[in-house]
Design a binder for this molecule. Structure first.
Ligand SMILES: [Zn+2]
Length: 95
């Protein structure tokens, strides 16, 4: 009988600790819950910490993240002449 009471007390202590572990850790644990999100570098394909990444704006205005200045420069560099559209031809008069 005494053993049963001890067991119940033991279980209550365990449950209490578990509940406290869930509720009580507060601010110190909430910092660990949100690690730095990883962002994708579209130039080299790496994933980098958003805090360390370099940022540029995409043509649509959204932020784009890069692992290094080199990747950012590549992304921001104007397209090479081969891929640019041909100059407009002068209009031919059909009349
Ligand atoms: Zn990169």
């Amino acid at each position: 009988m005494l053993i049963r009471l001890l067991l119940i007390a033991f279980i209550l202590v365990l449950v209490g600790r578990t509940v406290r572990a869930f509720l009580g850790k507060g601010p110190s644990q909430s910092r660990d819950i949100s690690p730095t999100p990883l962002v994708h570098d579209p130039v080299c394909g790496l994933y980098v910490d958003r805090d360390r990444a370099l940022v540029a704006k995409s043509p649509s205005g959204e932020p784009v993240y890069f692992c290094s200045q080199t990747c950012r420069d590549k992304y921001l560099a104007p397209p090479s002449p081969e891929s640019s559209p041909p100059p407009l031809l002068p209009k031919q008069r059909s009349e």
